[in-house]
Design a protein. Structure first.
Length: 178
């Protein structure tokens, strides 16, 4: 059971324009957005960040795989379910998603990005020079390294929100990997 209001009729009026955009994009506002809509500023920030990163150079599939890896690492069942569904829509296979939960992939470039993202989580951003060298050696330029960090940071925000407030999962459930 959610620890915060999910009733859209009781959300701040200032959240309604952003929720209308989200409704249009998804067909209905997922529960996570309803939770965050309790703060119009947080909702605008989150939705804007998803949009901006969606236009980045990493691509939708890799962005979703990063989200899956970070969600699994943070134990966020909501985000894992949501990003597994979105990842499937972006072209990720069931095997891609299963591997991403453990920060692994069938190709070295993707695996490097996922491992870097998980190291960011584990080290609270304090990665080593060797970590940066490894992700660059896998073919990521400086802008893409920053995008990986941005994806990880955005997903930490959503993971913490959903974990703290017990957002009801409204996507197909996916078990967290050990």
């Amino acid at each position: 059971m959610s620890r915060i209001n999910l009733d859209t009729s009781k959300l701040p009026e200032a959240s309604r324009p952003t929720l209308a955009q989200i409704d249009k994009a998804f067909g209905a506002a997922p529960n996570m957005f309803k939770v965050v809509a309790n703060s119009p500023a947080a909702l605008r920030s989150m939705w804007g960040s998803f949009g901006a990163l969606g236009g980045g150079t990493l691509g939708a599939k890799l962005g979703e795989l990063i989200a899956v890896a970070v969600a699994n690492r943070n134990g966020c069942a909501y985000c894992l379910a949501a990003h597994a569904a979105l990842g499937h829509n972006a072209g990720a296979t069931a095997q891609d998603l299963e591997l991403a939960q453990r920060a692994q992939a069938n190709d070295a470039r993707t695996a490097s990005a996922l491992q870097f993202a998980v190291k960011l989580v584990d080290a609270r951003g304090n990665v080593t020079e060797a970590d940066l060298v490894a992700v660059r050696a896998a073919g990521f330029d400086d802008g893409q390294v920053v995008e990986i960090i941005a994806h990880a940071a955005l997903n930490i925000f959503t993971n913490y929100t959903n974990n703290a407030l017990h957002t009801p999962i409204d996507f197909p459930h996916r078990a967290l990997a050990a």
